[in-house]
Design a protein around this ligand. Sequence first.
Ligand SMILES: *Cc1c(COP(=O)(O)O)cnc(C)c1O
Length: 653
Amino acid sequence: MPAHTTEPGPQPGDAAARDRLLDACFLGPYGENDALLERLVVEFLRDHVYWRRNFHPEDPPAIATDAAFAPDYRAFEARMRRELHQLSAALKKSVPFHSPRYIGHMASDLLLPGLVAQILTLPYNPNNVSEDAAPVTVDLEVEAGLQLARMVGYPHDPERDPCAFGHLTSGGTLANYQALRLALALKAFPVALRAAQVPGIALPEDDWQAFNLGPAGATALVVRWKAWLAAQTPREHRAWKARVEGERIERRGLVDFFAAHPQLKVPWVLAPVTAHYSWSKGMKLLGLGRDQLRLMPEREMRMDADALGSTLAACERARQPLLMAVGVFGTTEFGTVDPIDALVDARDAAQARGLGFSVHVDAAWGGYLSTLFRNPDGSLRPRAEVAQGFRQFPQPHVHAAAAALARTDSITIDPHKLGYLPYGAGAFLCRDHRAMALLAESADYVFHDQAPRGYRARYRNLGQFIPEGSKPGANAAAVYVTHKVLPLDHANFGRLPAQTVLSAEAFHAAAQAFAERIRAQARACVPFPPDSNLVCIALNPAGNRDIATANAFARRLHDRLRVDPGLPLQDRSFFGSVTTLRPQALGPAGMQRILDALGLAPASDGEGEDHLVILRHTLMNPYLIDRENGISYIDLYFDFLAGCVRALAEADG
Ligand SMILES: *Cc1c(COP(=O)(O)O)cnc(C)c1O
């Protein structure tokens, strides 16, 4: 047992704490489950070939059995082999995400069910743009959306409105963009209805009110409008639909729309300063402009609810409309969790005062942590129950945030992050699918009487609703099958994030012991307690008071932890990453607290560096504590880091 782990917790060699389920989930750091993976891949490849042969068994083979003897065939095969070998050789320089020595970015091993589902689906090559091209996997994508909706507490019964809807995207970036797109469509639609002067539907009195109905009010209006339209004669139906379409922001463009509605300004999006840069991309892509993305100050890396309150009040006074407020459930840099509960409370209060906007949660990283908070029957687990087996997790504000996910309007979750699935799998969820009608590319089809009846039938034409066109059905198969094998509750999938949280807690304790060990060479601290599974360490060489010198020290440490294409991988003992602590994210008091802990002098006004470079560790690898061999890679890491600190201090000494 490592001497410097002071608190009780799972230890290497602790057989009782060992989760045998996890043993079967991955190929493994050593490729331990290679035989299982190989059997499955070969089995389903053969299965695919039988399927080809049985399509029309009367059709003879089109490629002669002796084709392989022809010179062209052999030359092609030789070329192909050579290139494949080169590729395979080159890939040996890949980043070893599978290794417990990799604690850098948000990547790890792949779950076997998803990996195999993806490989087995690839030769069928389904295109989830529509059911015509993917009769099977489009349904799986819609089901995967419902699985994720259940995980976050959204209504998920397609037989009853409101029901959530979710689809996959290439990643969190596009899911965030989809959230912006949907929020804008919903916000502007009531304004278009007013402009078209549709009779027989009660409409808001003025443009400001129409623009501030909020997502629930606007969705209700979409429903009423569709019902009204359905009751018209075919001629009237066509005419009114065209008239309303002609007033929509998507048709007129931002310039014309806002010129036609001088009461309205281009709306803002509020996001915390730690928000991912995909929000900036989304604002540019949608044409709202990066300036309309307003970054909210934080306190201790979490959105400051008081600052949010005063911003909302200022918007009301200035009649500045808001499109959306974004909360982050698991920040990319620190794994911290915003007060989603305070965010939805603030939305409800603002709505009551006439300022409507959507709440979106960017849970690209933290989404799957929700499994820890769910019972198999879908109900929410009380905090005390979730906390069993952990040292500190979940902090009350983390539990409250997880519970409040159900009250948000839309959510981004990345199956290719904490879902341990291959890349190309993000997901967008909205709480009430009826809003999606506004995104339909051929509105004809959706609004027409002959629109497919029923939830599943409608979304088989996914291409109408998603930002992409053609997209892999293999991803959808991987996500769906994984969620079936490991249902999204604490008893099943939740055992994975539980392991990451245990690792993070062990890492946190080991980091504190490490700080004691290296006191002669450097001061070190964990700048803020982790909310989830990312842990950062701030360092400063002993006796130094200058931030720039401390940052140079951290960068030199990181030089030993980063991927260097010029060096063999095996040269690296561990992989870590860096990030920066900024006063805007910590608040002045928080920044001061950390500078004090490190013995650093604050940056003088406008002079020198005011941000602090820190080491960042993502603890998602399930094998950081190897109970089979009694090895803690966490302890090995700190031994290694202590050695680096000593070497650097001596070199500078
Ligand atoms: C990773 C991440 C994104 C972007 O997701 P991609 O899948 O890389 O496009 C957005 N937001 C957060 C919080 C993230 O962690």
